[in-house]
Design a protein around this ligand. Structure first.
Ligand code: C2O
Ligand code: CU
Length: 511
């Protein structure tokens, strides 16, 4: 039976209370548990994996500088309920099938608590990966107010673990934010956007073969996964009843590979107030916002005077992005609806401030190094597409070794046919520009022949970022300052099928 949109109410994700809080720190337990979740009223409950047995995991809210300790604990079964491809890096038969490790995406965290893909552990910490260091992770939270998210990062099966439900929000608040008259409390709502497909019995569908099957393999990783429904906070095409006032929404694209280009069907604007890592210098009025996987924005939507309106949050991004088929306006083109049917509970005293958080830009002339990093499309031994970074595999020697305290420019040279979502752990960056170049000339002799002028970042990218859309045939330049820790981290494409299949590399911040 086809699923009807706007049947289920959009849940607000609950915040979790710490198990202990003192001046030494705030302690959370985050067990990963297999449980059942109903994605749509007309679907039977599906098996999912959730932190605290919830799809999605509960929201952790902290103040800037508050020391937080989290015990991420695996209570999951030994077998995955989604199809594991044992030919993928780190997922061979010599390791336990179900491995987990949690990364706090966008946070400045010491290496021992960053959720390195090889720092995995199994149920009850019975077995651990080669780089496992500790059971309880420590977060210093010395960052401005921002919308972060935690998610699984286990080598070789991140795509399956996140699809199964291992993701949630982590919000940092600070004094500057508290003083701003932004919509708050029940009017500050995080929304996780994902795409899913379902079997007729309601269970989550994830393909076990690519379109051109590999006869030697019963299970083969697919190039990208695109679901046929959109799910917000765990419900298919939900609706949310809102008051005729301003709301702050924190939007996260937590899809495996789908990009979203969001707009509101009655033409109201979004007032963007934050990018991945912080509030922007000033609000930006936008009709459309494109988010690649893992990107976040915070927006204010003003429903004032819209009593009784039914407003649809639409998606126009093709999948794959760009160049793929455009979404079906009746299915993947719909994200959710806002029904302005609630009476105003109190006068709306919130405002869209003129100024938010200033940015001190990083000066490109101070960069100690400019790295040229290619995004490559190759073919593996089974004839499958394989995406690499700098023509290197995950296990190849480390080549990116920025020095602590220095500024670097990373130029992502996209030689593939599609956009990717490049993410660097530990730091936030600013996008400098994007510039088209001649791929054929580059592939011939490795020289960059630009075919047009550089484009400044999009208006929705005018702030601190940790993930950047890198378009095909373009060089995307970002600038970043490598502080405050030394040690081992990763950079990768955040399309999870790419990340799991070699589009991920380690890097080390050296002294
Ligand atoms: Cu959100 Cu390395 O990831
Ligand atoms: Cu990619």
């Amino acid at each position: 039976m086809p699923l009807t949109p706007f049947t289920d109410e959009c849940p607000t994700l609950p915040c979790i209370q710490p198990i202990r809080k003192s001046k030494h720190g705030t302690y959370y337990d985050m067990p990963m548990i297999e449980c059942k979740h109903t994605f749509h009223r007309n679907l039977p409950p599906a098996t999912v994996w959730g932190y605290h047995g919830m799809y999605l995991g509960p929201t952790i809210e902290v103040e800037r500088g508050e020391p937080v300790y989290v015990k991420w604990a695996n209570h999951l079964p030994k077998k995955h309920f989604l199809p594991v491809d044992f030919t993928v890096h780190g997922a061979h038969k010599d390791v336990p099938e179900v491995r987990t490790v949690t990364h706090l995406h966008g946070a400045r965290v010491k290496p021992h608590s960053d959720g390195y893909p090889d720092a995995w552990f199994t149920s009850g910490f019975m077995e651990v990966g080669p780089l496992f260091e500790r059971k309880v992770y420590h977060y210093e939270n010395d960052m401005p107010a921002c919308t972060l998210w935690y998610h699984d990062h286990a080598i070789g099966i991140t795509r399956l673990n996140v699809y199964a439900g291992l993701a949630g929000f982590y919000l940092i608040h600070d004094q500057l934010e508290h003083k701003l008259p932004l919509p708050s409390g029940p009017f500050d709502i995080p929304l996780v956007i994902q795409d899913k497909s379902f079997n007729t019995d309601g269970s989550l569908y994830y393909p076990h073969q690519r379109e051109k099957p590999v006869p030697e393999l019963t299970t083969s990783i697919v190039g990208e996964f695109f679901g046929d429904t959109n799910v917000v906070n765990g419900k298919v095409w939900p609706y949310m009843q809102v008051e005729p006032r301003k709301y702050r929404f924190r939007l996260l694209n937590a899809a495996n590979s789908r990009f979203y280009t969001l707009s509101l069907d009655l033409g109201q604007p979004f007032y963007l107030i934050a990018t991945d890592g912080a509030l922007t210098p000033a609000p930006v009025c936008l009709q459309k916002i494109t988010l690649s996987p893992a990107e976040r924005v915070e927006v204010i939507i003003d429903f004032t005077g819209m009593e009784q309106a039914h407003i649809i949050l639409k998606n126009e991004a093709p999948a794959p992005y760009p160049g793929g088929p455009t979404p079906d306006p009746n299915t993947t083109g719909i994200v959710m609806a806002f029904h302005v049917t609630q009476p105003l509970s109190a006068p709306d005293t919130s405002m869209i401030p003129q100024k938010l958080r200033p940015i001190k830009p990083l000066n490109p002339t101070t960069a100690a190094k400019e790295r040229y990093l290619t995004l490559d499309h190759l073919t593996d031994e089974y004839g499958r597409p394989i995406m690499l970074l700098n023509k290197s595999h995950w296990d190849d020697a480390i080549t990116e070794t920025p020095q602590l305290g220095t500024t670097e420019i990373w130029s992502f040279i996209n030689l593939t046919d599609n956009s990717h979502a490049m993410h660097v752990h530990l730091i936030d960056f600013l996008i400098l520009d994007r510039r088209p170049f001649d791929i054929t000339a580059y592939e011939k002799d490795g020289t960059l022949h630009y075919t047009g002028p550089p484009r400044p970042p999009e208006r929705e990218e005018c702030g601190w970022k940790d993930t950047v859309r890198t378009d095909p045939g373009e060089v995307t330049r970002v600038i970043m300052h490598f502080i405050p820790y030394i040690g081992l981290y990763v950079w990768h494409c955040h399309m999870l099928e790419h990340e799991d299949y070699e589009m991920m590399r380690p890097f080390v911040v050296i002294k």
